[in-house]
Write a protein that binds this ligand. Structure first.
Ligand SMILES: NC(=O)C1=CN([C@@H]2O[C@H](COP(=O)(O)OP(=O)(O)OC[C@H]3O[C@@H](n4cnc5c(N)ncnc54)[C@H](OP(=O)(O)O)[C@@H]3O)[C@@H](O)[C@H]2O)C=CC1
Ligand SMILES: CC(=O)N[C@@H](CCC(=O)OP(=O)(O)O)C(=O)O
Length: 314
């Protein structure tokens, strides 16, 4: 038996990559929309309702419209947009979040794929809150360095057109302190105070690293960097796609510089803890188009269907 799968937004950055993952699979029949009907509501509704799994790789408003078109109770929607990540009735597509998450995804017909920055932030912070090392009311800050593909087709075109000197240097953004991932960062870590979050987009295609700096005095009294690293390792023990590096990763320190692109073309997340007697940096690195978007969506589909979670992923 093959699963019927439709990608709404198949020509976009996330949709194209999901199609690449799925094209290699023998257990999936891809339903494709004709090029001239890509935005035809009736044709999209027909395909959405014919699918066992439909990925929404669309701007937020179009994702909301697509969700409203689905009347088939068998169709499982996996929404890559920001529209439903804290919405009631939608399960967050991050299997590694907590011990009950896979079971929830298995039973869900509405799955919201996490944002790329949010994935890295949540994977770095949630285990520390769960372990009681980081108080839920802590005042947390975070930065993220990301490649420009995170901005979708329009930002990719801007960078690749060339000729704009302003794009050659890294650009901090979301300076209104209201980045669209903050609600999901709070909802899925348990933090009760909004983190101060500043992303920076750089002149490279893909790769992302979130850094969360913490004073040890903000953690449970007596917490050491090693305990923080060990809490992460305990939370992710046995996970195929999350690797917790040794404390003060010797390879990184030997190079002197952190490689934001080292997880590109994989679905892997690497977590790091650097630190001294007073301070730590917790860092999470991933491919924003892999575990930050399309890879995560395919992983959630695998969990939902009950097939090997790594099928089609590297
Ligand atoms: N890029 C990334 O790293 C990530 C993106 N996301 C999210 O995934 C979603 C898709 O992003 P991304 O792939 O980057 O965006 P893109 O802009 O690259 O692609 C969006 C696609 O949706 C199509 N589209 C727009 N409106 C409609 C409509 N009404 N009906 C059908 N198709 C429509 C666009 O058509 P056209 O080609 O004509 O413009 C385009 O092909 C967004 O919500 C984004 O926030 C999530 C995680 C990471
Ligand atoms: C460089 C850039 O602009 N990146 C996007 C994030 C892309 C992403 O993962 O967010 P969504 O899934 O919510 O679209 C941003 O920060 O808004």
């Amino acid at each position: 038996m093959k699963y019927a799968v439709y990608v709404d937004g198949q020509e976009g950055t996330t949709g194209l990559r999901i199609n690449e993952y799925l094209a290699r699979r023998t257990d999936v029949e891809l339903l494709r929309i004709e090029a001239d009907k890509r935005k035809d509501p009736a044709e999209r509704a027909r395909l959405l309702n014919a699918a066992d799994v439909a990925f929404l790789c669309l701007p937020d408003a179009a994702s909301r419209e697509a969700a409203a078109m689905v009347t088939n109770p068998r169709t499982c929607l996996i929404d890559a947009s920001t529209a439903h990540r804290t919405a009631p009735g939608w399960v967050f597509g991050l299997p590694e979040l907590s011990s009950g998450q896979r079971e929830a995804l298995r039973g869900a017909k509405r799955i919201a794929n996490p944002g790329c920055h949010a994935t890295a932030f949540i994977l770095a912070v949630r285990p520390l809150v769960d372990a009681g090392l980081l108080p839920a009311a802590a005042h947390v800050t975070a930065t993220s360095i990301t490649g420009y593909s995170g901005g979708g087709k329009s930002m990719i075109a801007e960078y690749e057109a060339g000729g704009n000197a302003k794009l050659t240097s890294p650009r901090p953004y979301a300076l209104g302190l209201a980045h669209k991932h903050i609600p999901e960062m709070m909802a899925h870590t348990g933090l009760t105070v909004a983190p101060v979050f500043m992303p920076i987009v750089g002149n490279f295609y893909k790769g992302l690293a979130v850094t969360v700096p913490l004073h040890l005095s903000d953690l449970r009294a007596g917490t050491t960097p090693q305990q923080v690293r060990d809490a992460l390792a305990a939370h992710y023990e046995g996970e195929r796609f999350v690797r917790v590096m040794p404390l003060r990763d010797p390879d990184t320190l030997a190079h002197g510089f952190f490689d934001v692109q080292a997880n590109n073309d994989t679905n892997d997340v690497d977590l790091f803890v650097f630190g001294n007697d007073q301070q730590i940096l917790v860092m999470a690195r991933l491919d924003n188009l892999g575990k930050g978007a399309s890879g995560a969506a395919v992983q959630s589909m695998n969990v939902h269907l009950g097939v090997d979670e790594t099928t089609g992923l590297v």
